[in-house]
Design a protein around this ligand. Sequence first.
Ligand code: ADP
Length: 546
Amino acid sequence: MLGLMQSRPLLVSTLVDYAASCHADREVVSRDPDGLVHRTNYAIVAARAKRLANALHRLGVQFGRPVATLAWNGFRHLELYYGVTGSGRVLHTVNPRLFPEQIQYIINHAEDAFVFFDPAFVPLVEQLAPHLPLVRGWVALCDAADMPAVKVKNLLCYEDIVGAASSDYQWPLFDENTASTLCYTSGTTGNPKGVLYSHRSTVLHAFGACTTDSFGFSARDSILVVVPLFHANAWGVPFAAALCGAKLVLPGPRLDPESIYMLLEQEGCTMAGGIPTIWLNFLAWVETRRAQLDLSRLKLKRVFAGGTAPPRATIEKFRDLLGVFLLHVWGMTETSPLVTIASPVSKHAGLSADKIVDMQVSQGRQMYGVELRLVDADGRVLPHDGVTVGELKVRGNWVISGYFKGEGGQVVDRDGWFGTGDVATIDPDGYVRLTDRLKDVIKSGGEWISSIEIENLAVSHPDVFEAAVIAVHHPVWQERPLLIIQPKPGRNPSKESILEFLSSRIVKWWLPDDVLFVESLPHTATGKLLKTELRARYHGHLAVSG
Ligand code: ADP
């Protein structure tokens, strides 16, 4: 017997509609590249998203066709989030930090009809345009007065096309499994692959993000979205914020600590999210200016961070300097991205501050809507005992079932489990601890050494800014760990002091065979250590250094 309740499709348009009717005057604040602050609200965002939908119709962009963005976090980009998807087209947010050849590949692969770009990206646009035969036009995200001089076919002005279109528009109703947004993974090996989210997955993910033990957004929150709108839908924050009517603060391209601090203070931000590197720099800046700043003016309560693991010292510094709780999250582009969040459970009540941080450095517990398991190399399911290490598999309502256009073939097993490529333990309370990525694991004499664990320890050394551990070839042990360190500015640690620091904290056979110091470590377009480059550079290091 079926239930007798209504079944309305879970469409992205319902999110902005809800925000426009129930939180109409809740602000959306953006800062442009010149530092000027622009204020709008959900009612206006929704109305302009509808104008944009009409404009797309006039441009002849068909239902289901992707359009691309090359843009920072700003109100026009947010309008595209809703206008493109709500009208049944697909929003393809392109990461402008990728190599131009990769961007060219993904825009061609996605068959984007138009590209909406921030004027700041004019040099990139000029470089790309001749190689993108399927793109029918380029829309500059600005008004007529600021139109850039750029040599591309069919150059349009966003404010002109939106201004000329009517706001009289009804969001269409269609199957909730229809594609809504498209994001390519950065693909450190091979071509980037497209992850095609659906309206249903996006709305369910937004519900999940708002639950108290995940991001826990509310109508009273003001959220600084440092994570780019082109990175896994900014972790779903723009959708989750509309679902509960939270204020959105979009910082544009300026992500230096001072700019972030000013926005947090001026916009009364209660929450903020971004990758750990941003917070590392931010905290260092706050610490050195502590005497000049009136920290009591900040309303910040919680910060969320993921993409890479935030160092323990970052979590502690947020707590001690600002009284802020850092919410550590784990996920992937392929998982929308939220899967686990390090929130306390009742047994943490009354525990020491140190024990709470022990919990926070873990990648956290799974949220409702997704499931996790650990498996060994033969696919056997492993126990959640906090000790056994295996590959993390995930399945659920906002997890990929296959890449766009079938790239990469079958990526989930018969039972729907997706192999994340991450290696972890899961403890009996469900807390996940990542020890490595499968491809980064160091196999020394048949045993595994966790590169992440050594990196985490190395960055707790007072002179270390960032650390990378990679496997290098060894004639006897097959592979041994090599530690590569970027010292803090003005510090000059010695190899001996680093090894001595580590030796009291890890077993002897995990100690790196050598320590190198570099001015800077290479990163991917999403801020992760680019270990492929380090491995290529240092593969034979032990043979060379003897
Ligand atoms: P990309 O596809 O560019 O690598 P993703 O954001 O999809 O970008 O990367 C997902 C990967 O990032 C995960 O598989 C994991 O290895 C790493 N990652 C994400 N969050 C964390 C975290 N909290 N701690 C450690 N690693 C993380």
